[in-house]
Ligand binder design. Sequence first.
Ligand SMILES: [Zn+2]
Length: 287
Amino acid sequence: MEYKRLPLYGGASLFKMNKNSYKLGVHLFRGGRSILEDIKLLRINTAQLFSGSPRSYRPTNEKLPVFPFNSVFIHAPYVVNIASPDEKVFNLSIKKVIEELKLAEELEWEGLIIHPGSSKKMGKEVAKRNFFKALEKILEEDIKAKLIVENSAGEGDGWGSTLEDFYSIHEEFPSIYFCIDTCHLFAAGYNLKNPRVCKETFYSFFERIPVEKLVLIHINDSHFPLGSHRDQHAHIGKGAIGIGGFKNLLSIPEIRKIPLILETPKDSPMADLYNLHTIRKILENSD
Ligand SMILES: [Zn+2]
């Protein structure tokens, strides 16, 4: 893919030919500008989206956009909770996950991202048990698209915020893939600001789970401090992780090969451009 310098920023080209092999994108919301216009404007080569309403189990009746690349991830709607102790929610969630996986397969997209979920005050063990039960059912289907579990911030009875939780998923279900959200990781107590801790966290992961299983990084700063177990994303460099934390993260060669997708606030028309620019600057100066 050829990138042209965006006149907006001036100065040296944002892309140097030998350094643009990384995949960088954003979560795209449909509506307003077309997705293709967004892709052109933002110069992204990977993306994430909801296939329909994020607050409904119903399938979308809108036509999904055609992307100029296959590195597209569907994020499951917020109502999906496969760890739920409520039978209705549990079953609807499983059905929705299967539907979305089939959709990703049909469109030849990467896969579907789900959250570990919560047992709504019945404890993390119940959540984990339900989650495992749900995965067993989902994996009975023979679907090629990847089922990707994202780490949580460990709020309330949400589980799946620790590396150990990931190891247990991998041991039980080796076909599952993973996404690490930097905001959630930091909120769960992993100090990405410290270069040693940042490296150790990822290399501990890679010791137990093959690097090919980590297929996506949600690259978000955190509004709340280390270990707060609160999930609120902030603009890159404007939150508690800060530029130093992202420099640590992107100095890990394995991480630079994984698609990086921003889920930062879209509170101004320039927000995505600002955050992408900040990450590109780090990626291109840290070799
Ligand atoms: Zn995320």
